[in-house]
Design a protein around this ligand. Sequence first.
Ligand SMILES: C[S@@+](CC[C@H](N)C(=O)[O-])C[C@H]1O[C@@H](n2cnc3c(N)ncnc32)[C@H](O)[C@@H]1O
Length: 348
Amino acid sequence: MLARLKKEIDANQGWIAFVRYMELALYEPGLGYYAGGAQKFGREGDFVTAPELGSLFGRTLARQLEELAHPILEFGAGSGALADTLLSQHAFDYRIVEVSPQLQARQHTRLGARAQWLERLPERIRGVVIANEVADAMPVHAVAWRAQGIMERGVTLSDEQLTWKERAASGELLEEAKRIQVEAPYESEIGLVARAWMREIAARLDEGAIFIFDYGFPRREYYHPQRAAGTLMCHHRHRAHGDVFAHPGEEDITAHVDFTALAGAAVDAGLEVLGYATQAQFLVNCGITDVLGEANVENALHYAPLAAEAQKLLSPAEMGELFKVLAVGRGVKLPLLGFSRGDRSHSL
Ligand SMILES: C[S@@+](CC[C@H](N)C(=O)[O-])C[C@H]1O[C@@H](n2cnc3c(N)ncnc32)[C@H](O)[C@@H]1O
C-alpha cells in the first residue's frame, strides 16, 4: 500500500489531495482496507457495527421496512449481517450494491440465493434503500480554514514518511467551504463524495425511501468550535485513533457524516425529508422493547446478551445518541413508524 501511495504522490508532483489518499487507502483493488484481506468486522476485527452486534437492530428495523413497499436495495452490506437478519424476518426481494469484491464474495457465501448483487446502480429505483455506516466510509475532502484563506489538506512525502501539506482550495470545494462559518484556525472535512452519491440515488428514486444510518451531526453541530480538529478517525482492533497515516490499507479511516448536507442533496434532487432522529429514538419508535420482550426473560443465558445488545444500541454513551437515522423519499405516506415520536427533522 505504501509503495502504491508513493507512486501516486510522485506521479502528481509530490502531492495528492486527502480525498484521493483515503480512496486509495480504503478501496484500491487488492490493497485498500475494504478491498483487501482484513477481517474488519466483529469481535476478531477492528470495529463492530449495529448489525454485527446481533439480530436486534435488524429485527427492529424489519418492522419499519414491512410497512413500506419493497424491494430493498442495500448499499455496502459488509459481512451481510443485516441482510441475513432481515431475510430471516421477511421474504424481502433483496438487492445489494457493494464496491468491495472481497466483501461481495463474503456476502454471497453467507446469503447465497437469498439476495442479488448489482454491478452498478439501477437506472430507476422503487422501494427502500438502506445504508448502514456506508456514508462515513466514503472518502472526504480535508479542509483547513487559515488566517490567509481556505486550504485543501493533502498528503506529501517527507523523509519517505507520509505527512500533511496544504494548498489553496479551489472549485466546488472552495465554494462549499466558504459557506461554512468557522473561525480560523479550523480543520475539518467536507463530504462531497457522499453528497454526490446521495444526489445520484435520489435522482433515480421513482418512489420509496432512503434510510441512512450513521454517526454524525447536523451541520451546525458538525462545524462547532469544539470540533476544530475535524472528525477523521481510524479503527484498528477496537482502538480508535486519529493518525490517518499510521497503517494505510490495514485500518479503517472514517469521518462523521454531515446530515444537513446529505438531506440537502436529496432535497435538491426533488425528494422530501421523511424523518431524522437519533438511532435510539428510531429503534424505540419501531418497537425495540417489544422485540426484546419476545425473548425468553426467564432464561438468563438467552436474555442477558440481548439486553446487553439493546444497551449498546440505545445508550447515549454508546450508539444511541451519536448515531442518527435520516430518511428521505418520494411518494411515501407519512408518518413513518421510526419517526412517529421525537423526530428532529427541524434541527437539520
Ligand atoms: C463500515 S462498512 C459497513 C458495513 C455494513 N453496512 C455494516 O453495517 O456492518 C462500509 C461498507 O460500505 C461499502 N461501501 C463504501 N462505499 C460504497 C459505495 N459507494 N457503494 C456501495 N458500497 C460502499 C464498503 O465496502 C463496506 O462494505
